[in-house]
Design a protein around this ligand. Structure first.
Ligand SMILES: O=C(O)CCC(=O)C(=O)O
Ligand SMILES: [Fe+2]
Length: 241
């Protein structure tokens, strides 16, 4: 992306973060320590059924979801998001018959992102203590699916690559009705034909699953759909998916 465009998006985001502050994102309200009992439930859920649908709205600081939505909306409107691919590095393929979303990686520098990263890192440590996965880091990107966009059935990681181990998708859309489509459809790894769950991408809703085990797909959205996809990884440096 041309640097001027990046600078433009950065500038807009900084002022948007300022706006978000005025409209209620209170930076002094740090992420509370993540509840140990809740972490036990997450680890148990992952171990027993490989995926969980969660409501994070009360577990994140007030205003954070709105501030993140503000950022992604501005990135999207300033055309600072790029077509997502499949794979990494030299293996990266952009195939619009498989996925059509646009993405922008989070760096953790803006206040809302730093706040989210602090929450995610607590999750990483808590899951490590319970599941012994050796998760060393996480990566996260914003994604925008415009009307008609989808992501066909896939898994987020290939067995034995020791890269992406746990996936977390956090949705940012207010008032997402049934007619808006864009659900995340999950399948069980043993029986890939039978759908195991359907998650509506409503703000604050999140889905947590084992990256290698759970095939999933994003059904076509009927209006612009915003989310953050995050992966907890075992490797120190990025490897191809
Ligand atoms: O947005 C979603 O619901 C899932 C996205 C996804 O599967 C991915 O980015 O790998
Ligand atoms: Fe995925």
């Amino acid at each position: 992306m041309p640097e001027t465009l990046l600078a433009r998006a950065d500038g807009i985001i900084n002022s948007a973060v300022g706006d978000a502050l005025v409209t209620g994102f209170d930076l002094s309200e740090k992420v509370h320590p993540v509840d140990e009992q809740w972490l036990d439930e997450l680890a148990k859920g992952l171990a027993e059924q490989a995926w969980l649908s969660l409501d994070l709205s009360a577990r994140l600081p007030a205003g954070l979801l709105a501030a993140l939505r503000n950022e992604v909306t501005i990135l999207h409107k300033s055309e600072a998001m790029s077509r997502a691919g499949i794979g990494r590095g030299a293996d990266l393929v952009k195939d619009s018959s498989v996925r059509r979303d646009k993405i922008a990686w989070l760096e953790g520098f803006s206040e809302p992102q730093a706040c989210l990263f602090s929450f995610l890192d607590q999750l990483r440590k808590g899951l490590n203590q319970r599941l012994f996965l050796g998760l060393k880091r996480f990566e996260a990107h914003y994604a925008t699916y415009q009307s008609g966009d989808f992501y066909r059935r896939h898994v987020d990681s290939f067995r034995g690559r020791a890269s992406r181990m746990i996936s977390l998708v956090l949705y940012l859309n207010e008032d997402w009705g049934l007619e808006d489509g864009g659900e995340l459809q999950l399948f069980s790894s043993g029986n890939e034909c039978s759908p195991a769950g359907l998650v509506r991408p409503e703000a604050g809703r999140a889905v947590l699953f084992l990256s290698e085990e759970v095939p999933h797909e994003v059904l076509p959205a009927n209006r612009t759909r915003y989310s953050i996809a995050c992966w907890f990884r075992q490797d120190e440096v990025p490897l191809p998916l």
